[in-house]
Design a protein around this ligand. Structure first.
Ligand code: SF4
Length: 336
């Protein structure tokens, strides 16, 4: 009933001859190519069904004209970095996590790739003239999961290699050892893996690699000398979340040498009001979207008591392996 993913590729006329367009299209020889004026004509149409589109997304290649770099949002962790920014290189993700904020943010599940990386690079270089930059590249997508099609992580690692005051973080749930092997490990490049217990991955993170495969990829990255971060974020509540979480952390550090992990992130699930409204409509049967969250300051969360106890318990478990001062916590009370 459904077309395969990326059976249709929409390409803005303006960037049809851009080298990144040519390179990305070469990875989709059998797809139907359709020329369009602007990506919004397809991406922002009204009445789209996010969940249906997730089963068979189209690809859209576009040019970004402004806002190449954004200031880090308060609901995101800055890991102690003052000049914290993120870039949207791709909109949407090949994975399908039920808790993902993207389904509340975007009107479409189709994936938009901006091809004009050179404009992002110029924008970062202008910022670097004023101060160092900590830049997260994989917030509105999973960039590493698309690496075999885009090569964008490799391009950014190469750019970081020429700019010592730039630190980039690439966060992922992917498990492509091949992609990791293709990158040089640099001091100012952080590869960050998000890990969740098996039950969360199986039930709520559709299409993502299982925990064990992510662990194997982390081991490869560590062995190759990468700076690796582990993100236990979001923590998803269930009756047995604590035992699942504890078992996962023990499994991870039975295989990954903890002293080679630079730090860890920790945060309970939280989501803005407007996003949750749309997510609840999209997924009426999801225990995650339909949970009776508490609300304040524009954000839904588990409530201070439960969030606090989950955070403290999780931190105690992680601290068996990672020193307290290297565990960065998102605290809802402080909005950071
Ligand atoms: S991997 Fe991240 S970006 Fe992709 S669907 Fe899951 S939460 Fe969203």
């Amino acid at each position: 009933m459904y077309n395969p993913a990326f059976s249709h590729i929409y390409i803005e006329k303006e960037i049809i001859t851009h080298p990144n367009t040519t390179r990305i299209l070469s990875g989709f020889p059998g797809s139907r190519k359709i020329e369009i004026a602007r990506y919004m004509d397809v991406f922002s149409r009204s009445g789209q069904d996010f969940v249906m589109q997730k089963r068979s997304p189209s690809l859209i290649l576009a040019k970004k004209y402004d806002n190449f770099i954004y200031k880090g949002a308060p609901v995101c962790q800055d890991f102690g970095n003052h000049h914290f920014y993120y870039a949207t290189l791709v909109m949407n993700c090949i994975y399908d996590c039920e808790y993902c904020f993207l389904q509340g943010m975007y009107p479409s599940a189709n994936i938009v790739i901006f091809v004009n990386l050179e404009d992002y690079f110029s924008s970062v270089e202008k910022m670097l003239e004023k101060h160092p930059v900590y830049l997260c590249l994989s917030y509105d997508t999973d960039l590493m999961a698309l690496e075999h099609k885009t090569g964008y992580v490799r391009e950014w690692v190469s750019f970081a290699g020429q700019h010592q005051d730039l630190v980039i973080e690439v966060r992922t749930k992917s498990a492509s050892i091949k992609a990791v092997k293709s990158l040089p490990p640099l001091e100012n490049v952080i590869l960050a893996w998000t890990l969740t217990p098996d039950t969360v991955q199986k039930n709520h993170e559709h299409n993502t690699p299982p925990l064990q495969q992510r662990i194997s990829c982390i081991k490869e990255a560590v062995n190759r000398g990468f700076r690796v971060r582990i993100c236990f974020d979001p923590l998803i509540y269930s009756k047995d979340w604590l035992s699942s979480f504890s078992e996962m952390v023990d499994t991870v550090f039975a295989e990954v040498p903890a002293d080679r992990i630079i730090d860890a992130g920790l945060g309970v699930f939280r989501i803005s009001r407007d996003y949750l409204k749309r997510m609840r409509k999209n997924r009426p049967g999801s225990a995650i979207t339909q949970y009776p969250y508490e609300y304040d300051n524009g954000v839904y969360h588990y409530g201070r008591k439960l969030s606090g106890s989950m955070t403290e318990s999780a931190r105690d478990i992680i601290s068996k392996y990672i020193p307290y001062e290297k565990i960065y916590i998102w605290k809802e009370a402080e909005g950071r």
